[in-house]
Design a protein around this ligand. Structure first.
Ligand code: HSE
Length: 307
């Protein structure tokens, strides 16, 4: 195989209670990429459409993630990468993660899969480090594994794939304002109270238990964030109104997608997820801010080949 065409899913990191540890992949929102083997060693980003992003390998998240893989690979040639962006940078749905994960997954396929998914996560994290100054894995892990993932530990890296109830759908509204992850991390505090911690880890456990047992109500009750959201939500216009309206329309719960500005809601079934989209649309239509809305099933697979 000399070339792969792949779909690289958008992801929702944190999923309210799991800052930097929980994430999920979307089934029908994402970028496409073409990765090709070349005789010339190294990585060349040959084309980017959809967004104005750097073509220089060392300045591009896909390039940097790819170089991290190449360093460990027993391969003398190189790769050429085309990136077709649908996910806007700074949207909060894992734009940099899709490119980083896509690069390393595509290269791994072309090399005959010498690396495990967890090893690919460590390479893709280098792309995240370039994008946000922090090598967080809560977007790249679900982008590579699919479904929900839990980063139980960073040192050593321990990614736990979590089963996804089949009727779970995400609705995401993306207001067209850019919030850089690096900036929205700067406003966070380094400490929190024991009372906040108790609520937070209760919810992380509840969410994981709900996903394992298909308990939609428990999933919904656990979508609370007592530490990050109260600080970050001030950056997102109409945040409280949107999450309230989503729940009123039947969503199990709602919160900030990654570092924002996107807001996500999870629902049982596509019909409710679409009603939630209508409720979100109604609120944002009166703000004068442009926005996109996505309704998607949770992806069962991570980066995947397409025809
Ligand atoms: N966990 C990261 C953050 C995700 O919230 O900063 C960024 O998409």
């Amino acid at each position: 195989m000399e070339e792969v065409h792949i779909f690289c899913p958008a992801t929702i990191a944190n999923v309210s209670c799991g800052f930097d540890v929980l994430g999920l992949a979307l089934d029908s929102v994402g970028d496409t990429m073409i990765v090709r083997k070349t005789e010339e060693p190294g990585i060349k980003i040959s084309k980017i459409t959809g967004q104005d992003l750097p073509l220089t390998t060392e300045k591009n998240v896909a390039g940097v993630a790819g170089l991290a893989l190449l360093e460990k690979a027993n391969y003398k040639g190189g790769f050429e990468i085309e990136i077709h962006k649908k996910i806007k940078p700074g949207s909060g749905i894992g734009s940099s993660a899709a490119s980083s994960a896509g690069a390393v997954a595509g290269m791994n396929m072309l090399l005959g899969n010498p690396f495990t998914l967890s090893e690919l996560v460590t390479f893709a994290m280098q792309g995240e480090k370039l994008a946000s100054n922090v090598a967080h894995a809560d977007n790249v892990a679900p982008a590579l594994f699919g479904g929900f993932t839990l980063v139980r530990s960073y040192e050593p890296l321990d990614v736990i794939p979590i089963p996804t109830p089949t009727a779970l759908y995400a609705t995401v509204i993306h207001p067209q304002i850019e919030i850089k992850t690096a900036d929205s991390r700067k406003i966070l505090k380094n400490t929190f109270s024991l009372t906040q911690g108790i609520k937070q880890w209760g919810n992380v456990g509840g969410l994981v238990a709900g996903l394992f047992t298909n308990d939609y109500e428990l999933i919904g009750r656990s979508l609370e964030d007592h530490i990050i959201e109260p600080i970050r939500s001030i950056l997102i216009p109409e945040f409280a109104n949107v999450t309230q309206a989503a729940k009123k329309a039947g969503a199990l719960g709602a919160g900030i997608s990654g570092s924002g500005p996107s807001i996500f809601a999870l629902s049982e079934g596509e019909q409710i997820a679409k009603k939630v989209a209508d409720a979100m649309r109604k609120i944002y239509s009166s703000t004068g801010i442009d926005f996109d809305i996505h309704v998607s099933k949770i992806a069962t697979k991570g980066v995947r080949t397409i025809a």
